[in-house]
Design a protein around this ligand. Structure first.
Ligand code: UGA
Length: 415
């Protein structure tokens, strides 16, 4: 099929590359010249496992201008929806993409489907996107179709997740819109959930917020376990065999970061409040996640005086296999350590360059040198941290790195 994608960020680029791989004719529209040029050179502007190889193996077109989408059967909106200070998602880029598409619709007389893939608050496609598209003088349902198809890609595993989805969620304006989009995925053997537009928008938020809640839940159990001298990971092992609970996302520790879980949690809280509902559980999930990041300082203070000490951080990325530091626990930990008068040394296999922009005063060094600090905090569970020699050190482990348990003084955050 002929497909256009507005936005060559994380979701747009992975979607474009995978759809091209599946044999579709894909055009990426990206207003940032640097990013558009990177696509033309078959390069991703961020690290994602397998993406560079995939880009090298497909033909992807990129353009800064939207006009070339006029012969696309499907037009995906994959632009960013950052949060403002109140946690509400800023929909400017979504509205701008809809305006650009509307200009093209005005000049078309054939049927196409506009698909919102950006994560947006429930109601956005109906209340913001469709009215803008209809400024073209063309009518949703009659002249063009509309879908909301959220993505469930994990950073670091995005290509795999796209090709092997656990389910497809298709929010549709009408059956014809959904049928047209599903043509793209006709070879996928995966459950398909069809719904209206606002339900699909809610499914995406509810999925991420559930994961966030599950993590804060196990961290709460973990904080209690720590006081009772019980190993949370053994407790989790006993929970995992209950299919109703499931074994994933029960890794207790420093809590969740990244560009999605924290942002979607904030956005759902903001939406709920906007509609006059106070989301008590979600607010508590957020509070707990904030305080969880600072647990290592509490534990460290039992063993050393922070003022004047050098504390080493192992890991800066929000999770392993990525260079992404958005909402990484390392940010709150570094800020708090510096505030306490400690000096900070840090090592991460991929995220140093990004972290340097936030904290130029940190000494970036090797893992071995980090271990020479007065005390070490493990922030991200990079596999290579399981090969270090922790003997004789003081280690606060935020991510359960087994090898670190031999340290002279070893404290797990929740065990
Ligand atoms: C998350 C979801 O898992 C994806 O399904 C979703 O598509 C994506 O957001 C998105 O909305 O785009 P991602 O942010 O890449 O994916 O990362 P996760 O693997 O979910 O991890 C998020 C955070 O939770 C990390 O900081 C991780 O360290 C933490 N985490 C995860 C825990 O603290 N404990 C766990 O047991 C699992």
């Amino acid at each position: 099929m002929k497909v256009s994608i507005i936005g060559a960020g994380y979701v747009g680029l992975v979607t474009g590359a995978c759809l091209a791989r599946m044999g579709n004719d894909v055009l990426l529209v990206e207003s940032d010249c640097g990013r558009a040029e990177a696509v033309r050179c078959s390069k991703a502007s961020f690290y994602e496992e397998g993406l560079d190889e995939l880009l090298a193996s497909v033909e992807l077109e990129a353009d800064e201008d939207c006009r070339r989408i006029r012969d696309s059967q499907l037009i995906f909106i994959c632009v960013g929806t950052p949060c403002n200070h109140d946690g509400e998602m800023v929909l400017e880029q979504v509205a701008a993409a809809a305006r650009d598409i509307s200009e093209v619709l005005r000049q078309r007389d054939d049927y196409c489907v506009v698909v919102v893939k950006s994560t947006v608050p429930p109601g956005t496609t109906e209340e913001t996107v469709i009215p803008v598209l209809e400024h073209s003088g063309r009518k949703a349902g009659r002249d063009f179709g509309v879908c909301m198809a959220p993505e469930f890609l994990r950073e670091g595993k995005a290509v795999y997740d796209f090709m092997n989805p656990m389910r497809l969620v298709i929010g549709e304006y009408d059956t014809r819109s959904g049928n047209t989009l599903l043509e793209l995925f006709r070879d996928f053997k995966t459950p398909v959930v069809r719904s209206n537009l606002r339900t699909a928008e809610m499914i995406k938020l509810a999925a991420n917020v559930f994961l966030a809640t599950k993590i804060s839940y196990i961290n709460e159990i973990g904080n209690i376990c720590k006081k009772l001298n019980i190993d949370t990971y053994e407790v989790a092992r006993g929970l995992a065999y209950d299919d109703r609970i499931g074994g994933q996302f029960l890794n207790a520790g420093l809590g969740f970061g990244g560009s999605c879980l924290p942002k979607d949690l904030r956005a759902l809280i903001a939406s709920a409040r906007q509609y006059g509902y106070q989301p008590h559980i979600l607010e508590e999930v957020q509070r707990l996640n904030k305080s969880q990041a600072l647990k290592p300082l509490e534990l460290l203070a039992r063993h050393i005086r922070l003022n004047g000490a050098t504390v080493g951080l192992l890991g800066l990325a929000f999770k392993p296999e990525t260079d992404d530091i958005r909402d990484s626990r390392a940010i709150a930990i570094t800020a708090a350590l510096l505030n306490e008068g400690a000096a900070v040394k840090a090592y991460d296999p991929m995220a140093v360059e990004n972290f340097k922009k936030l904290f130029p005063q940190v000494a970036y060094t090797t893992a071995g040198d980090v271990l020479e600090s007065d005390a070490v905090i493990i922030v991200t569970e990079w596999p290579e941290f399981n090969n270090l020699d922790y003997g004789g050190r003081i280690v606060i482990d935020g991510r359960r790195v087994e090898k670190a348990r031999v340290a002279r003084i070893y404290e797990g955050v929740c065990w």
